[in-house]
Design a protein around this ligand. Structure first.
Ligand code: NAD
Length: 309
């Protein structure tokens, strides 16, 4: 299959390698010129759990240099970079490829729908992980899985074929029964852990050790619940709270600094407008107040400004 990875950062690069190794023809598409140049010059370097470096010759291009067509576009930018990438790839999208995104945050379907007919779009969540260590270089740990669903299941041409391609690359993909519920659940978790750990400059275990973590958690998730109810999205604040509490121990994710913390530390924009900020804005539209989420989004933006982001 001819596959474009549109947004070949940490995750896109990891997926790109796995899909190419499985025999697909993969093109990495990215706006970071140094990253594209390093991949084309030296190959993509992947450091694995055991500290070993593996080098994969791969093709990388800037969006404006892409002329070929693809069967599948995997959109793996950050949520706030998606619109820009889709605009740059309008010629590629005109050929009606399937478009899959597993990016975090709520509202990605709305962004993609502005560029691609609904019947071509597949969305999901993933617990694969990866990190960038520099241009052309990623560090990967552990394994993961994908849960996905077509936006219009009756109209997407070949979901079994897509699953076969992903699973042929060992990506452990399975169909979701209610993908929006899964996206909101992950966004609920991120809107507590990513946001507070970034504001408090702490890891997940340190957040969980705060005597008032539950008050902070509930202030976010009770608003998520009210907005989700008004939007008729399946969401259960208690389930998300249990999932959050399960991350605190050192054996799970206690020692981990969430990606938003890492973005802030690396002076990169955060996905806050697609987490707490999205729920605050949707609440405003639906006449459901979400002042805590609105304020937290503003606090993250203030910190971005202070960091010169
Ligand atoms: P990323 O920041 O590594 O890459 C996103 C884009 O930013 C890419 O185009 C990349 O080239 C660019 N970029 C990264 N560092 C840069 C730098 N220093 N200078 C210039 N450009 C740079 O993002 P990601 O971690 O691959 O995440 C993609 C999506 O997947 C996000 O929605 C994220 O929340 C989600 N996600 C990430 C992980 C993870 O472990 N990284 C896990 C699950 C979901």
């Amino acid at each position: 299959m001819k596959i474009a990875i549109a947004g070949a950062g940490a995750m896109g690069s990891r997926f790109g390698v796995k899909l190419q190794e499985a025999g697909n023809q993969v093109t990495l598409i990215d706006n970071w010129a140094d990253h594209v140049a390093a991949i084309n010059r030296d190959g993509l370097i992947v450091t694995t759990d055991d500290g070993q470096d593996h080098v994969y010759p791969m093709t990388a291009k800037a969006p404006q240099d892409v002329t070929e067509q693809f069967d599948l576009v995997i959109l793996f930018t950050k949520a706030m970079q998606m619109d820009h990438m889709l605009t740059a790839l309008s010629d590629v999208l005109a050929n009606q490829p399937a478009v899959l995104t597993l990016a975090n945050g709520i509202g990605n379907v709305e962004t993609i729908e502005r560029h691609v007919p609904k019947k071509q779009i597949v969305v999901g969540t993933t617990i694969w992980s990866s990190g960038m260590t520099g241009p052309g270089h990623i560090k990967v740990t552990g394994t993961g899985s994908i849960s996905l669903q077509a936006v219009v299941p009756a109209e997407f041409p070949d979901l079994p074929g897509l699953l076969t391609t992903l699973n042929g690359a060992g990506l452990n993909a399975s169909p979701a029964a209610n993908v929006m519920a899964a996206i909101w659940k992950k966004a609920g978790l991120n809107s507590v852990l990513n946001t507070y750990c970034t504001l408090f400059d702490c890891n997940i275990g340190e957040f969980g050790a705060l005597p008032n973590w539950r008050t902070l958690n509930d202030a976010v998730l009770n608003e998520f619940q009210a907005v989700a109810d008004a939007a008729e999205v399946d969401f259960n604040a208690q389930d998300v709270t249990a999932l959050i509490a399960a991350q605190f121990s050192p054996e799970t994710n206690g020692g981990h600094y969430p990606s938003m913390h890492q973005d802030m530390a690396n002076q990169r924009p955060t996905e806050i407008d697609f987490l707490n900020g999205y729920v605050a804005a949707l609440g405003a539209k639906l006449n459901v107040p979400a002042p805590t989420n609105a304020l937290l989004a503003q606090e993250i933006h203030a910190q971005e400004t202070l960091k010169g982001i």
